[in-house]
Design a protein. Structure first.
Length: 443
């Protein structure tokens, strides 16, 4: 373990020229090395580090001292708690009131790294009085300070509704919403992240975000050149849409569903995930909204889209990296197809039933993908009466899926046998089904 005995340097007034390089070196070492007990001892037994933050020192020293604390706190909740226990929060909050924007930025960065670990550490940051000052920081003209302050607010909000409410009570939503069309992509990443972390917790918080009049302006950012901006916007829309049918309808009325479908079509890989889930939430709330996105979701799951990257990843990493995306698509399609026979047919005619069955039967698929594929198949099959889409499942489906297929044929065939002799003849021979399925239908 690397240890630096920096106390003599910090307290020797004749060595002030070494303050900055020494602290910078410490911060760099701690930042790239997962330090443990030695770091805790260094931080807790050297009050000089905190004195630099609280006394009238040169701003470069304050920034470097905050950098050391951030470098320690980022690695684990235990190290972040050690920083809190040594009294660093009060010193960092004092730095948020400094005139120099660089000192504010360094302090906000350290506070965000402490808060991101868990709710207890976030609450400690809140109790130290950081939130109102962070809200003031996002109103400052300096762009780096805006970014870091917004990121810190996002880290505080994400853990619980109570913490998010504290940020809302400080007036953060209005100031965040004013910056959604800012040309700086890095700032927008943090703005949308913070808003989504607020909206995800409850209906009331989501409605507060919506009341800031972010729609339809936010939809334009789904076409941003920065992939992280687009993903965070889609995440924000998802977190709002999931709560109630009314919020889902509001997003739809603003053109949100069409914008998200375009976003999914234009994106690749994991970036699509929040958009896929958003369509699933919208479909779950209302059968009138459920038809949107059927084709694009089915094409991704079936591998029929013109996307060489996705095709390659599905081929090479089946059951691993892309499983969570396929699981989300399976869930969304199940939410669409479960409403009515018309919805089930809209899903089934895309040939997605065979894709779902393949995901379910594939031994390399994750447990989550298999479970969601099975559930989606069950939801769709219980409503589907489109025999042409059901028939391919007769040869490959296992008994627990086949029983749903047979049940749907039993519902449809008697009144339609006179008008569809080809289908009936297949059922009366072995051409269309095996002995087991015919016996189950007869039963």
């Amino acid at each position: 373990m690397i240890r630096f005995n920096y106390t003599p340097v910090l307290i020797d007034c004749h060595a002030k020229q070494f303050f900055f390089p020494t602290l910078s070196k410490l911060g760099s070492v701690y930042s790239f090395q997962n330090t443990t007990e030695a770091t805790v001892v260094d931080v807790q037994t050297n009050p000089d580090l905190l004195e630099i933050l609280t006394e009238d020192c040169v701003v470069f020293y304050k920034k470097a001292a905050a950098f050391v604390l951030r470098a320690v706190a980022k690695h684990s909740p235990q190290l972040a708690q050690a920083v809190v226990d040594c009294g660093a929060l009060d010193a960092l909050v004092i730095c948020l009131e400094e005139f120099d924007p660089g000192v504010k930025e360094a302090a906000a960065w350290a506070l965000g790294y402490i808060a991101r670990h868990n709710a207890e550490l976030s609450q400690a940051v809140v109790d130290a009085g950081a939130v109102p000052l962070l809200v003031l920081c996002i109103q400052e003209p300096e762009m780096p300070l805006k970014r870091i302050a917004a990121s810190a607010l996002s880290d505080i909000c994400k853990h619980s509704p109570e913490l998010a409410q504290t940020v809302v009570d400080a007036g953060a939503i209005a100031h965040l919403a004013q910056m959604i069309l800012n040309p700086d992509s890095k700032l927008k990443r943090h703005i949308f992240s913070a808003l989504s972390q607020i909206a995800k917790h409850s209906v009331d918080l989501a409605e507060m975000v919506v009341e800031a009049e972010i729609f339809p302006a936010v939809l334009a950012c789904l076409k941003d050149e920065d992939e992280y901006v687009k993903k965070n916007v889609a995440t924000l829309i998802r977190e709002i849409a999931k709560h109630t049918p009314e919020l889902a309808q509001l997003i739809t009325n603003a053109g949100g569903v069409g914008a998200v479908v375009d976003y999914i079509n234009d994106s690749k890989g994991n970036v699509r995930l929040p958009g896929i889930m958003m369509l699933g939430y919208v479909a779950a709330h209302s059968e009138t909204l459920a038809m949107s996105g059927v084709v694009v979701l089915a094409s991704i799951l079936s591998g029929n889209e013109d996307d060489r990257y996705m095709q390659q990843r599905i081929t090479e990493l089946a059951g691993n990296e892309e499983d969570h995306i396929q699981a989300a698509i399976a869930w969304a399609l199940g939410q669409i197809g479960r409403h009515t026979p018309e919805h089930a047919k809209a899903v089934a005619v895309t040939n997605v039933l065979q894709s779902l069955l393949r995901c379910y039967l594939n031994t390399s698929s994750s447990e989550d993908l298999q479970a969601k594929s099975k559930k989606a198949l069950t939801n769709i099959l219980q409503k589907c009466v489109h025999l042409a889409a059901l028939e391919p499942l007769l040869k490959d489906a296992p008994p627990n899926i086949l029983k749903h297929v047979v049940s749907q044929f039993a519902k449809v065939l008697p009144p339609r046998c006179g008008s569809t002799p080809t289908v009936c003849n297949k059922w009366r021979t072995k051409e269309g089904t095996g002995d087991q399925s015919r016996q189950e239908l007869d039963a």
